[in-house]
Design a protein around this ligand. Structure first.
Ligand code: NAP
Ligand code: L37
Length: 281
């Protein structure tokens, strides 16, 4: 039987609808959540994502401000901007869309954000809190993945979970969240040997690599839950695909997320959730 397709599009719409009601209640108390989105340079993918984030704010009733800095903005420009946003009363959340241009020190920029306004949860204070398991914010993409896994109906506790990718924004925090839910977690990366065999053990497989068709059907255990975080633009057809060979893996998996319409929209919904949460901090 082909896999159940886990729609991030539908689930994110449901979550945004719930948030809309929460924001309306805050509004009746005279409170409007506010998000500042900072984008530097002209990365076309970042532009698309930032526009989607602003649109989601409008749908829900969150106030948003965009700060678009030119490609040649300096470290000081960015640090000064973030320092002023830290102090701005109508701004509850600050998001700096990554990646930043090469001449910018990303770490220093992230360290400048007030952890209570760090809706991406990339500040070391928030990263540390996640590690301990006592957190204010969860990072948006891994949090979205957890919601999709819950939607699959499969229990995480005791299951073999394999995460392919160990970046600070996806793979590493993803592994930690699965661990908190009592999964037995394995992290794969570019130095992993026998990756096919490791992946084949997974009851829950999360791919965050950035390579089209990286996960093939022979790497998937029958009935597994397969979550595709990858976003890749094919050179020839310009088609948007994930890291998973969807058509063939869907024949074997128990549940699978599509690209587009899977993890991407969930990332945005979780950002909205974090922004509403930031009001309380
Ligand atoms: P990244 O920083 O480039 O990390 C990629 C990871 O994949 C690294 O840990 C790397 O290993 C590993 N890797 C690369 N080649 C491999 C191979 N041949 N075998 C095994 N592992 C390999 O990327 P990222 O920021 O985590 O993003 C990953 C993907 O998710 C990208 O396509 C990105 O666009 C997408 N993404 C989607 C969302 C969303 O909301 N849907 C959000 C963020 C990112 P090493 O560490 O050893 O180099
Ligand atoms: N929170 N997310 C946060 N901070 C960052 O600094 N880079 C980054 C980040 N990543 C991010 O925003 N990723 C992302 C990826 C895909 C989508 C949204 C956000 C998304 O909406 N994807 C759609 C397709 C969009 C398209 O057509 O390109 C999807 O359905 O997958």
């Amino acid at each position: 039987m082909p896999a159940k397709v886990l729609s991030g599009k539908l689930l994110s719409a449901r979550i945004k609808d719930e948030l809309k009601h929460e924001v309306a209640q805050l509004e009746s108390k005279g409170i409007t959540p506010g998000l500042a989105v900072v984008i530097v340079g002209n990365d076309p993918a970042s532009r698309v994502y930032v526009n989607s984030k602003k649109k989601a704010c409008e749908e829900i009733g969150i106030y948003s401000e965009e700060y678009a800095l030119p490609e040649d903005a300096t470290q000081m420009d960015l640090v000064n901007l973030i320092t002023s946003l830290n102090q701005k009363k109508d701004i509850d959340g600050i998001l700096v869309q990554l990646p930043l241009p090469k001449h910018i020190n990303e770490e220093e920029v992230i360290n400048t954000i007030n952890p209570k306004k760090d809706v991406d949860a990339f500040h070391p204070v928030n990263v540390g809190k996640i590690m301990i398991g006592n957190y204010d914010f969860l990072p948006c993409t891994p949090a979205g993945v957890m919601e999709l896994i819950k939607e699959s109906g499969i229990e995480i506790a005791g299951k073999e979970c394999v995460v392919v990718g160990r970046s600070n924004i996806v793979g590493k925090p993803q592994s930690m969240l699965l661990l908190h839910e009592h999964g037995t977690v394995t992290i794969c990366h570019s130095r992993t040997k026998n990756i096919k065999e490791v992946c084949r053990k997974a009851d829950i497989l999360v791919a965050a690599v950035g390579k089209a068709n990286f996960i093939t059907a022979d790497m998937v255990k029958p009935g597994a839950v397969v979550i595709d975080v990858g976003i890749n633009r094919l050179e020839d057809t310009k088609k948007l695909v994930g890291d998973v060979d969807f058509d063939n893996v869907a024949e074997i998996a128990g549940a699978i997320t599509p690209v587009p319409g899977g993890v991407g929209p969930m990332t945005i919904a979780m950002l909205m959730r974090n922004t509403v949460k930031a009001v309380q901090l």
